[in-house]
Design a protein around this ligand. Structure first.
Ligand code: DGL
Length: 478
């Protein structure tokens, strides 16, 4: 009998970033090796070259590019730039919750495989060379290697069209390797494969050139398999998108000729500059992954990564010692925001019954004692209300949401849903006091409403809406 194979596909695009045209050498490989995948590429030609810039600045620019791509819900990020990989890869991995691949490690691995005599040359930008990322990557795998480094910024200018391709100049740059006895040369800048023929003719056929783009896509392909992220097989043309911060016509000329595709469109974009990578995470103080998804839909569009307490198992529960909803929500959000240096959203909610002067209020979840139990809480409430007539059983669900920041005053918002306590529980949807919370306008308890409807009118939804209005009007995130 044939075993049924359950294949999961993910048709979201893969994001590629570079300082300019160079990343197209990596994209070319992606289009060749992974024709089912959709590519979203952005090149920062307006600020190219990255090579001579300080690492902090390259990191900042890299996050701005990533921030732009995040609106397309990318499933994986390929940092198709050695300089950006050297500056920002560890930080990107920390802040993004999708797989992030740089171009340096795959190139280093391929060079070790190719070299017969353990003499390896690296040509790259100043930024990549001074980071020593290649040296570390190569030596970490094989300490006996001899490595010759050479920064060749003039080659980037040739590829970007800032200067003409000049064989004499290329030969002068590569003369460093004359006495090195290298048998392998890593093209440690994604721009350089565009000058492969020229470099090859100078280095001679005894030197193997390593194109890290090719190697990186081998890794991407393996990652797609490993994480079940491959797109479904199709022969339909994919809707690739190309963005540049520079001139779209100029970019299109290079991209169309390099990729051999006349039909591609290139859009010129302006980046949201000054995005602080340290502020790009929002932690929802919950262990409920479903709750986080709702927030991801809101904040993901702005380039934020939403995490939950499940991502930080080392954080201990913050005790709810406050005497108001706001105090408890603040306590949790502000404690964690300070601890992790990220933005945190926390909420506290409960049922307030008028006849009981607002009880059980902040004690709603533990009304009938620990361990918390919905059925016992409801039983206690109904017993206390006993024969209290309908008109005196008015109540409200209250929610206070607090958004705390590492470096500014918190934002507080509230939402309330009004109803009355029913004489007997009804409905099996919802949770907490929902089965006894009667909503006259729907003639149903909150447990009979259905999740979709409840989520539309709930006190939590109202509080979050109010929070979002405040965030927007205060211009906190955007
Ligand atoms: N493509 C970039 C790299 O791989 C470098 C070009 C630049 O200096 O911006 O390093």
């Amino acid at each position: 009998m044939q075993k049924e194979v359950n294949v999961v596909y993910d048709n979201r695009p893969i994001g590629f970033i570079d300082s300019g045209f160079g990343g197209l050498t990596v994209v070319k490989q992606a289009l060749k090796q992974l024709p089912n995948e959709t590519v979203i590429f952005i090149g920062d030609s307006a600020r190219c070259p990255y090579g001579p810039r300080p690492s902090e600045e390259v990191t900042q620019f890299t996050f701005e590019l990533v921030n732009y791509l995040q609106q397309y819900d990318i499933k994986m990020l390929v940092v198709a730039c050695n300089t950006a990989t050297a500056a920002a890869l560890p930080l990107l991995k920390e802040y993004l919750d999708i797989p992030v691949l740089g171009v340096i490690l795959p190139g280093a691995r391929a060079a070790i495989k190719a070299s017969q005599n353990d003499n390896i040359g690296v040509i790259a930008t100043q930024g990549t060379i001074s980071s020593q990322f290649y040296d570390h990557a190569l030596k970490a795998k094989k300490p006996s290697l001899h490595i010759w480094n050479k920064a060749c910024p003039s080659l980037v200018d040739m590829v970007e069209g800032k200067t003409n391709v000049d064989m004499t100049k290329i030969a002068t740059e590569l003369s460093t390797f004359k006495d090195s006895n290298i048998d392998t040369l890593i093209l440690g800048c994604t721009h350089f494969p565009m000058l492969k023929r020229e470099i090859e003719s100078i280095m001679g056929e005894d030197v193997t050139l390593i194109d890290s783009g090719v190697e990186t896509i081998n890794d991407v392909s393996a990652f797609l398999d490993y994480f079940n992220l491959s797109a479904s097989p199709t022969t339909q043309p994919k809707q690739h998108r190309f963005f540049t911060t520079g001139d779209a016509t100029e970019f299109k000329k290079v991209a169309a000729s390099w990729l051999g595709r006349r039909d591609l469109t290139v859009e010129s974009v302006t980046l949201n500059e000054g995005v602080n990578p340290m502020k790009k995470t929002i932690l929802i103080a919950t262990k409920n992954a479903g709750k986080a998804k709702e927030f991801q839909a809101i904040f993901g569009k702005q380039g934020y990564t939403v995490k939950t307490l499940l991502d930080y198992p080392e954080i201990e529960d913050v005790e709810e010692t406050g005497v108001t909803f706001e105090e408890n929500a603040r306590l949790k959000a502000e404690t964690i925001a300070k601890l992790l240096n990220v933005m945190v959203i926390s909420d506290d909610s409960g049922l307030c019954v008028d006849f009981l002067d607002g009880a059980p209020g902040i004690y709603s979840a533990r009304y009938a004692g620990e361990p918390k139990n919905d059925a016992r809480n409801i039983a206690k409430l109904l017993a206390i209300l006993g024969e209290v007539p309908e008109e005196k059983r008015t109540a409200k669900f209250h929610c206070t949401v607090v958004m705390a920041f590492p470096d500014r005053e918190s934002i507080v918002a509230t939402g309330e849903l009004f109803g009355r306590i029913a004489p007997i529980p009804k409905g099996d949807g919802g949770f907490g006091y929902d089965p006894v919370f009667f909503l006259a306008e729907y003639n149903k308890t909150a447990a009979e409403l259905g999740t979709e409807m409840k989520n539309k009118i709930s006190h939590r939804k109202l509080a979050i809406d109010a929070l979002m209005r405040q965030i927007e009007s205060e211009g906190v995130l955007w």
